[in-house]
Design a binder for this molecule. Structure first.
Ligand code: E4P
Length: 216
């Protein structure tokens, strides 16, 4: 399972990279706004800065257009920024066409805002590199988001689709475990959800005892 971090905060991305288990980064317009990154030039520079921290890892950069021509224009500019950029495209009608276009050009894509198995099937048929089901937002409206991950993994397995299931909108470490059980290829998480995987009281008690015994 790959671990991506879901933030545009450079300090957190550095911390996650130093932790040693980081495979990539996802961002979205809300996360960029949260960091105060405004204007096209600043946004583009920020994506390059992120790529330079996560050496070799995929970095999702989202288009803001909702029409095909706009998505192609923006996506091509984003992809030209750095070889690690993955163009993030919303799950809308022109988004499907854009996924197909970029897939045929060999440009990596991440189909975002996916909330149903039908949407995931369309993304795979259009050749998306990643599909991003938002599990936390589904949980928020009383649907089990991890059930959707399992459904998509099952469907993709039936047909051998290469699209990777990128579990998004993850809120805590149990989400990561349940997505791993369901067979998600990637989990994109807040850093805290990843570091919380470390925690177990028996580990702390056991280590304290080992160190105490070693001192005797
Ligand atoms: C993924 O690519 C999205 O940016 C993200 O996971 C959305 O998460 P949220 O529901 O916490 O905003």
């Amino acid at each position: 399972m790959k671990f991506f971090i879901d933030t545009a905060n450079l300090a957190q991305i550095k911390e996650a990279a130093e932790f040693g288990v980081l495979d990539g980064v996802t961002t979205n317009p809300s996360l960029m706004a949260k960091e105060g990154i405004k204007g096209e030039a600043a946004v583009m520079k920020h994506y390059v800065d992120i790529c330079n921290i996560v050496k070799g890892g995929d970095v999702s950069a989202e288009v803001l257009s909702t029409d095909l021509a706009g998505m192609i224009r923006e996506g091509e500019a984003l992809a030209a920024l750095h070889p690690q950029i993955v163009v993030k495209i919303p799950m809308i009608r022109d988004g499907i066409k854009a996924l197909k276009y970029f897939s045929e050009k060999g440009i990596k894509t991440n189909c975002t805002l996916v909330f149903s198995p039908g949407q995931a099937l369309l993304a795979a048929k259009a050749g998306a590199t990643y599909v991003s089901p938002f599990i936390g937002r589904l949980d928020d409206v009383s649907f089990d988001g991890v059930d959707l991950i399992a459904q998509i993994v099952h469907i993709y397995g039936n047909y051998g689709y290469k699209t990777q299931v990128l579990a998004a909108s993850i809120r805590h470490s149990l989400h990561i475990i349940r997505c791993a059980e369901a067979g998600a290829d990637v989990a994109t998480c807040p850093l805290s959800a990843i570091t919380d995987l470390l925690k177990h009281p028996l580990t702390d008690i056991g280590l304290a005892k080992f160190l105490e015994d070693a001192r005797k």
